[in-house]
Design a protein around this ligand. Structure first.
Ligand code: ATP
Ligand code: SF4
Ligand code: MG
Length: 316
């Protein structure tokens, strides 16, 4: 059984004048101990997808269709009380800005202790010992247990958040742009922590990032989102070596190449679609160099070509 199974998920934001179809029919599944990166430009629906799985979509957003099964449990029809037990315990979350999630007035170690005491029956001493172990696991020396969040660097705060998420022994952690605010060295350190946790504790990760290069380096598989649709899904090395979807190719071409003579930063011409009135047919057609009449009229189905999912008429 897959750890996570998302089928035809639809999450819309209901604004006074329009409906924003942020996630519009997304299907994928994940195995235990796997890292899946979700990539795409700003506004493609990545965060809304993550929030949907956590059932934390803010108003005026709402899941309007599809299903999410986690470890065989139907998350969409689960009463909120039961969902609360899964969220933060079996599914953890790490967001971009750890300062908004850490209590500035409480020592970092004590915050992990509190998390442990909320979720498990144990003495305070046991919880303290475990909290130190988790700090060590993410590369923070146990002496820093009594520091306050402001005494930590950005990268350390992010690692403390990860320690807090891991302390509840989740099987899945959803990390939304966890390193966007950090420099490349810290980014690499955090990615190492994720890889270690995945290997040592068999935790699965959904890594949400706009950085396809980071995804290729770190994740086992990559899901590419465009305008609320999942347009390609395959193993990272396949996405890198043999991307099928014109949008995936454009994303990869836009990655600055250190060795290239012309260091001109490429970008994808045109703008992402307005999800309150997305273009008909393939949502990428206004920006696609291969668009045909059919692309402008009919939405392509998702096709599987040798384990690689692609939503494009070039392959249909
Ligand atoms: P980014 O890379 O900028 O974080 P994203 O891929 O995470 O983008 P989402 O934040 O999921 O994209 O947004 C998808 C669409 O839903 C966008 O059109 C966005 O404007 C809209 N949206 C997101 N949150 C809300 C909200 N709270 N209210 C209304 N619309 C929203
Ligand atoms: Fe381009 Fe057509 Fe494929 Fe869309 S379906 S990505 S417009 S070729
Ligand atoms: Mg986002």
């Amino acid at each position: 059984m897959a750890l996570l199974e998302v089928k035809n998920l639809k999450t819309y934001y209901f604004l006074p004048e329009s409906v924003v179809k942020a996630v519009d029919g997304v299907t994928f599944s994940m195995e235990k101990g796997e890292m899946l990166a979700v990539v795409g430009e700003s506004g493609s629906g990545k965060s809304t997808l993550g929030l949907s799985i956590l059932r934390l979509v803010p108003r005026p957003g709402r899941i309007v269709g599809g299903s999410i099964f986690f470890d065989g449990i139907d998350l969409i029809s689960l009463p909120e009380e039961e969902m609360c037990k899964i969220r933060g315990r079996r599914i953890g979350a790490v967001f971009q800005d750890p300062l908004t999630s850490l209590d500035p007035l409480m020592r970092v170690g004590e915050q992990i202790v509190e998390t442990l005491l909320t979720h498990f029956e144990m003495s305070k001493d046991e919880a303290r010992a475990q909290a130190m172990k988790y700090l060590e696991l993410v590369g923070i020396s146990p002496e820093r247990f009594y520091d306050y969040p402001h005494q930590f660097s950005g990268g350390m705060r992010q690692r403390a958040m990860i320690a807090m998420a891991v302390a509840t022994k989740p099987s899945l952690i959803i990390a939304d742009e966890p390193t966007t605010a950090l420099d490349v060295v810290m980014q690499a350190q955090i990615m190492d922590v994720f890889t270690r946790l995945k290997e040592e504790l068999d935790i699965s990760f959904i890594l949400i990032t706009h950085d396809i290069a980071l995804a290729v380096e770190t994740a086992d598989r990559i899901a590419v989102m465009y305008g609320g649709h999942l347009v390609e899904l395959a193993r990272s090395e396949i996405i890198f070596e043999k991307p099928l979807h014109p949008y995936t190719r454009a994303l990869l071409e836009a990655v600055p190449n250190v060795e290239a003579k012309d260091r001109e930063l490429k970008y994808i011409p045109g703008n992402p679609p307005d999800l309150s009135s997305p273009p008909p047919g393939c949502r990428f057609h206004p920006r696609c160099p291969y668009a045909t009449e059919k692309c402008r009229r009919e939405e392509p189905p998702s096709m599987i070509i040798k384990d690689q999912l692609v939503k494009c008429w070039l392959y249909g």
